[in-house]
Design a protein around this ligand. Structure first.
Ligand SMILES: [Zn+2]
Length: 240
């Protein structure tokens, strides 16, 4: 790469996550640089490169100005993008994640509740990458979960009833209302799901449950400890 070039990551609807080179992006006169600002929804033209494809054209369709002008919204958006980057492998189609992130950016730009957008996107990103927390049956004995008799075991990937013992790992309490919100998120489009009002207690609970679930997945499957730490910091900044 030349000094003025920039390596960026794009998420595409059909090819998944791709690293691409933008020639001369660091020059002030760059024709492409401005269109490829972080978060932008862009139409790009790529030329096949030896190792990394090269952007030959870019036209921004949505740039989410309201989101970018608000520090809290910006922090949440950055966190969700980095989380997606961590969960999604390179060059593997994830059209669900693409739509989800676009919906999340639009929701943040429209001023929808930050917590709702963040928790919803976390849950659905876990689902899209194959780590949807189980919410229906005990992850030890398989019995259907009965209201008020449930806990959450991130190491087992979901809910457990209150009679089974969990052989190892952490067990968190899970209230019936938090479980209802998670199930609602699972089957409802974002635009409706984020309208659900969350009490401070439920907000904290969802943040904890999803945070621990993400931590388990990243630590077990892919990310370095440093990166998991970095993500945790971004997340706490986003919810501060
Ligand atoms: Zn059980």
């Amino acid at each position: 790469m030349r000094e003025a070039d920039r390596l960026i990551t794009v998420l595409t609807p059909n090819l998944g996550k791709l690293p691409v080179t933008v020639r001369g992006a660091r020059r002030i006169t760059s024709r492409l640089g401005g269109h490829l600002d972080v978060f932008n929804h862009v139409h790009v033209t790529l030329a096949l490169g030896h190792h990394v494809d090269v952007v030959t054209g870019a036209e921004s369709m949505e740039s989410f100005g309201t989101l970018k002008a608000d520090l809290d919204r910006l922090a949440t958006g950055l966190y969700l993008m980095e989380l997606a980057d961590a969960l999604l492998p390179d060059a593997s189609p994830h059209p669900g994640a693409y739509t989800l992130l676009l919906d999340a950016l639009r929701a943040l730009d429209r001023g929808e509740p930050l917590d709702g957008v963040a928790r919803y996107t976390e849950l659905r990103l876990l689902e899209d990458s194959g780590y949807m927390p189980a919410l229906g049956n005990c992850q030890v004995c398989g019995t259907a979960i009965v209201a008020e008799h449930h806990r959450f075991a991130p190491g087992l990937g979901g809910v457990v009833d209150d009679t089974c013992s969990v052989p190892m790992g952490q067990v968190l309490s899970l209230s019936v209302n938090a479980l209802k919100v998670l199930r609602h998120y699972h089957r409802t489009p974002m635009v409706d799901a984020v309208q659900v009002g969350l009490s401070p207690a439920i907000r904290d609970e969802l943040e904890r449950i999803l945070g621990v679930s993400i931590h388990y997945v990243l630590e077990r499957e892919m990310a370095t400890a440093d990166f998991v730490d970095h993500l945790k910091k971004l997340r706490s900044r986003a919810s501060a």
